[in-house]
Design a protein around this ligand. Structure first.
Ligand SMILES: [Zn+2]
Length: 328
């Protein structure tokens, strides 16, 4: 898995913070319990001296079997007394053990399996989350929520095609809210179609916020921005950076591509879009696409094949009404 040094550094810092805080909390609880049950402190120092005597006996050589057995028994007795004291004073037996966020790796990020050292899933998750945070830095994620979406901007009079914007948008709003609340890594994609200022960006950001709160990784990018970044890195032959960027777009649970069709279209950008879209669809991962183009315009700009695959793998939501920004 390719991640930038920066993402790796951020994820490692978060992991170290988790471990340090688990150890600090355990120390804090130890001090608290020592003052409540002073005998525990004595037992700890007795256990340490039994440990030192055991070490000495092993190093001295000779027939130490009897001595080692009695030290082992002494240590077991002390540990039992320790546990009983904790329980009889209302603590759990493992109250003084550090409570790590990940029980598999004790927040070290690595696990041993089949004589191999492997990266733990929790560490992989932290790297993926950090990569998303890095990409989302420039998007106005926190500003757009379902609560701040105002349906009153949509007219309740029929438009020239006889559709009532308020009615249509209320339906779309509920659909998006339900999509976000029931999101899973196997959800279908969404294709949000309609002119500028009809709320596509707002609703897709609201979905992003909700889905992030449920613990999924989401990347929100504008098509022109991400395509020009990919193009720049591709033509400066910085394949590492290009791969890292692509990997983040493929790894996240949900990718939101805003403003598709407003990019400066080149052979490179078109093929980058096909690859990104096809790879995610083949992986069964959802994508939300916002575009001002209608289906025919999409087919003209890209291809009929791409557009028909887009329509097959995404639910199409047609936004209608007047540009909200002109009304406000
Ligand atoms: Zn772990």
């Amino acid at each position: 898995m390719a991640y930038s040094k920066y993402v790796f550094k951020i994820a490692t810092e978060k992991l170290n913070d988790r471990r340090t805080s688990a150890l600090n909390m355990a120390d804090f609880r130890k001090n608290e319990v020592y003052s409540a049950i002073p005998r525990l402190k004595e037992i700890d120092s007795e256990l340490a001296s039994v440990g030192a005597s055991t070490g000495k006996a092993v190093l001295s050589g000779g027939d130490t079997k009897a001595l080692l057995t009695s030290l082992k028994e002494k240590s077991a007795e002390l540990q039992q007394e320790y546990e009983q004291l904790l329980i009889s004073n209302g603590y759990s037996a493992d109250y003084l053990e550090p409570q790590y966020a990940c029980e598999k790796c004790n927040d070290t990020g690595y696990i041993e399996a089949d004589n191999k050292t492997l990266v733990c899933d929790c560490y992989k998750k932290l790297m993926s989350e950090s990569a998303c945070e890095e990409l989302n830095k420039i998007s106005p994620l926190s500003l757009s929520t379902f609560d701040s979406f105002n349906l009153d901007y949509y007219s309740d009079s029929p438009d020239e095609k006889g559709n009532i914007p308020y009615k249509r948008m209320t339906k779309i709003y509920s659909h998006c809210l339900n999509y976000a609340k029931t999101f899973s890594v196997n959800s279908k994609g969404l294709l949000l179609i309609g002119g500028t200022g009809l709320g596509k960006t707002h609703l897709s950001l609201a979905i992003a916020n909700e889905v992030i709160n449920c613990g999924y990784s989401v990347v929100y990018v504008s098509a022109p921005d991400i395509l020009s970044r990919l193009e720049k890195e591709h033509f400066s032959y910085d394949y590492d950076k290009e791969q890292i960027l692509l990997q983040s777009l493929l790894d996240c649970d949900l990718l939101i591509l805003d403003d598709l069709g407003t990019e400066f279209s080149t052979q490179f950008t078109n093929s980058a879009i096909y690859n990104l879209f096809n790879t995610r669809v083949n992986m069964g991962k959802p994508i939300i696409i916002n575009t001002n183009l209608d289906v025919n315009e999409l087919a003209n700009l890209y291809t009929k094949r791409f557009t028909s695959r887009l329509l097959n793998s995404c639910e199409q939501l047609d936004f209608i009404g007047k540009d909200i920004r002109a009304i406000i």
